[in-house]
Structure formats: C-alpha cells, structure tokens
Design a protein around this ligand. Structure first.
Ligand SMILES: NC(=O)c1ccc[n+]([C@@H]2O[C@H](COP(=O)([O-])OP(=O)(O)OC[C@H]3O[C@@H](n4cnc5c(N)ncnc54)[C@H](O)[C@@H]3O)[C@@H](O)[C@H]2O)c1
Length: 419
C-alpha cells in the first residue's frame, strides 16, 4: 500500500488516546488518524491537539461516527466494555477493519457472532491481547515451541493485581461492577486465559473456579471511616486512602496514570474536585462494586495437561509470574523482574534477562507498540496473519474459557465443559 491507512478512533481515553493514538502519530508514513469520537468534549479537544484533525472530524459519540458513511480503513474501538459489541457489529457492517479492545463482548454468543461476522465480511479484526506481543511472553513461547522443556504438562500462573490497582480500577473505577463491565475473570483475566492457550497451543476441555469479593464491602469499613477519604478520620492509617493514591502521587510523579484517569490533564485543583465529587474519592468500603478480589481457575486441556491460574488483589506490587513444567525441564518466569529461568533437568540453570532482548518496555511491558505495528502492517498487506496476532477467531476461546470459569465460580467450582 503506498498511502497511509486511515484510522477512526472510537473512545479517546486511556487506551484510545493516551496509548494507541500516541503510537500512531509517530508512524505517519503508515497510518493517519482522520476521525475521532468521544462523549467527553475535553478528550476530543485532546485528540485534536494530538493528531491535528479538524473539529468537523470529531463526533460526540461512536454511534454518531458510525452513522456516517465509512470514514476510514480501520476503526479502533476503545470505548467502555459494554459498548464494544454493538459498535463492533456496526463497524463490521460498514466494512471497517478493527482493532478491538478486550473484552470482545460480555456474552459468549456475542463473541462468536462478531467473529463470524468478521469472517463473513472478510475484515481483519485484532483483539488487544497485548501480553502476547511482549518480549517476555514471546521468549517463553519461543522456548516452548522449540521443545526446550519437552512437552508442557502443567502450568501455574499468577496475576498479582496489587492492592492499589484493585482499589483504583475494580473497586472505585470503571471495572468495579460486573453489570457495568463484566466479571473480573473476563474483563481483566481474558489476557491470562489467552496466554495459557496460546503458550500451550492447546484447546481447553474443562474449567473449574473458586473466588469471591472478600474485603471491599460495607461490613469491613473501619470504625470512624467516612464515605469519602477527604472527610475520613482514619484515612492516615488506611492503605487505600485516595488522597495518597492520587494527590500525593500527582505531587510525586505529575500527570501520569492513574492520576490522569481521575482527572483529564490533571491539576491539583481538578484532582481535589474529583476526590470530592467523583468515584475515585470514595471509601473503598462504600462503593457499588461487586467484582471479585481473588479467584483461582483450573483448566484441563485437550491432552490432559493442566493449568492453574490465580488472580489476586492482595499483593504489594503488580505483575505476573508463570511456572511451566515440561517433560524435560521447567521454566520459571517473572514478568515484573523480566527474567526467565530455564531449568533443563540434570543441567545447569540458565537465566534469561528479557531486558536485553528489546529496547522499548513501555506500555504493557512493550506489548502495546508491537501490537499496533503488527496490526497496521497486517491491514497494509505487508505481513500475513502472524502466529502472534490476536485475530478475533483465536481470541474468542479465551473469552469462552473465562465465561465458563465465572459460571463455575458461581456454582462453587462445578467443572464446566468447553464445547
Ligand atoms: N488491552 C488492555 O490491556 C487494556 C487495558 C486497559 C483497558 N482496556 C480496555 O480498553 C477499553 C477502554 O479502556 P480505557 O482504560 O481507555 O477507558 P477510558 O475510560 O479511559 O476510555 C474510554 C473512553 O470512551 C469514552 N466513551 C464512553 N462511551 C462512549 C461512546 N458511546 N462513544 C464514544 N466514546 C465513548 C469515554 O468518555 C472515555 O474517554 C475498555 O474496554 C478496557 O477494558 C484494555
């Protein structure tokens, strides 16, 4: 293709604007943002400044943008979870290729429908399972595929969400309530289900799961606590104090994430007002949250091999670790430390420092930028479907497994067969 492909961005928040658009404006020879939609005028103003698009190319909602004739080759769908299905369906019917944020949709039938529609209309749809594109998981996949530890028999994976990230996103924030987004294991951990299936290259046969919301609820509120941290007499001793999370962090690190989620282009005044009135100033024991704060999932794969996955809020730091047991060796890897220890049975251990394998570890440990570049190259016809690319037909299985895990969790761990 000898012209930049054109892009319309639906949802100009953290992902649509701060992540993907900032990557796209740095590759003008390959891609050009030509339209944007957001229900928040401040975010659209930000997009105009970032991309130089005209006011006439800005729409007050994705729905309004989708009501126009096709405006671009590609649409990025980066709106809240519950918007994805209807917007993606409409965009496919308008023949856009899609970079679609996860989750694809909150229900299994909707995920399958979008996958079938993409196939029927011959559209390229990549789901933003960014972890696959990180140097960390790429290296592990390469080690497994070339038989370094023989056949994979068992995996233990842990996602440490971290106490403050749980409070920010899953107690006070946009993903706190399954009715507003979807269950935690789908919206947060479809990434992990995807990674387990992709690394093993196997399909899942059975799933079982346990988990609950144990801490962040009314009955656990400390004596003397208030509805908002700004009014709270015990805030100083509370690890979830929003003033410490956002205001103190703003003074320390500036307008970074997550302060810029609490207030767009934050200032001290904007943050104080958000803490006084907005969702992020609420006491973590007095929110309308219902998603779990810890969950374990067991998978039995098609050949009898097994995986165990744990998601937990109760960690001091965020990150993912994975232990993979094979017939000829073991891999123990820590994404935060960016190290992979390869232990071939009967041989010396080898430690791989992933930081030496790439230059850019920004944005999901380097995954965001690689994914955007691969997707753009795919739409431009410069690469064929790569084994990493998270095409929608491959991504649906992670969603089906996550939804089955939730069904099992709600039924005290009853095993669910994946059809
Ligand atoms: N792939 C990943 O690792 C990853 C990480 C974080 C979030 N996400 C997903 O990305 C999506 C966006 O998350 P975010 O963190 O950017 O949230 P965000 O709230 O920062 O951004 C969403 C934006 O959509 C806008 N919006 C809401 N309704 C709209 C509509 N009808 N039309 C147009 N715009 C609308 C909001 O005003 C907001 O600016 C979510 O589905 C989330 O689950 C994925």
């Amino acid at each position: 293709m000898d012209r930049p492909i054109t892009i319309a961005v639906a949802g100009c928040g953290s992902r649509g604007q701060d992540t993907y658009s900032k990557i796209l404006v740095n590759m003008p020879e390959k891609a050009k943002i030509v339209a944007a939609a957001d229900i928040n005028p401040e975010k659209l103003a930000g997009m105009r400044r970032l991309t130089g698009i005209d006011e006439s190319a800005c729409y007050a909602s994705a729905e309004e943008m989708l009501a126009q004739p096709r405006l671009a080759d590609v649409m990025l769908i980066c709106t809240p979870d519950r918007c994805h299905y209807a917007q993606a369906k409409e965009a496919l019917l308008k023949d856009y290729h899609l970079l679609l944020e996860k989750p694809i949709a909150p229900e299994a039938a909707q995920c399958r429908e979008l996958s079938d529609l993409a196939l029927a209309r011959n559209r390229k749809v990549a789901v933003c399972h960014v972890l696959r594109y990180t140097p960390f998981y790429q290296k592990i996949k390469q080690l497994l595929d070339c038989g370094t530890i023989g056949d994979t028999v068992n995996i233990q994976a842990i996602e440490s969400v971290c106490y403050w990230h749980q409070a920010h996103s899953f107690v006070r924030g946009n993903w706190r309530n399954a009715g507003l987004s979807s269950c935690m294991i789908l919206q947060k951990c479809c990434h992990d289900m995807d990674i387990l299936l992709w690394l093993t290259g196997k399909h899942c046969k059975y799933v079982s799961s346990f988990g609950s919301l144990s801490l962040f609820k009314e009955e656990n509120a400390p004596k003397g606590s208030a509805m908002r941290c700004l009014d709270c007499s015990v805030a100083d001793t509370c690890p979830y104090n929003a003033v410490r999370f956002y205001l103190d962090e703003f003074h320390r690190t500036g307008d970074d994430w997550p302060q810029n989620v609490v207030a767009f282009e934050p200032t001290e005044e904007k943050l104080l007002s958000a803490l006084r009135e907005g969702p992020y100033g609420r006491c973590v024991y007095h929110c309308d949250n219902d998603v779990v704060d810890h969950q374990v999932v067991n998978l039995e794969l098609e050949d009898g091999s097994t995986c165990n996955f744990t998601m937990t809020a109760f960690t001091a730091h965020g990150g993912r670790t994975i232990r993979i047991g094979g017939t000829k060796g073991e891999i123990l890897a820590d994404m935060k430390a960016n190290t992979i220890r390869v232990m071939r049975y009967g041989e010396e251990d080898e430690v791989i420092d992933v930081r030496k394998l790439a230059d850019d570890f920004s944005g999901h440990a380097g995954g965001d930028a690689v994914m955007v570049h691969e997707f753009i190259d795919l739409v431009r016809g410069e690469i064929e479907m790569s084994p990493t690319l998270t095409a929608i037909d491959r991504s649906v299985e992670s969603h089906l497994v996550a939804l089955a895990a939730e069904e099992s969790r709600l039924d005290h761990g009853r095993p669910i067969r994946i059809s």
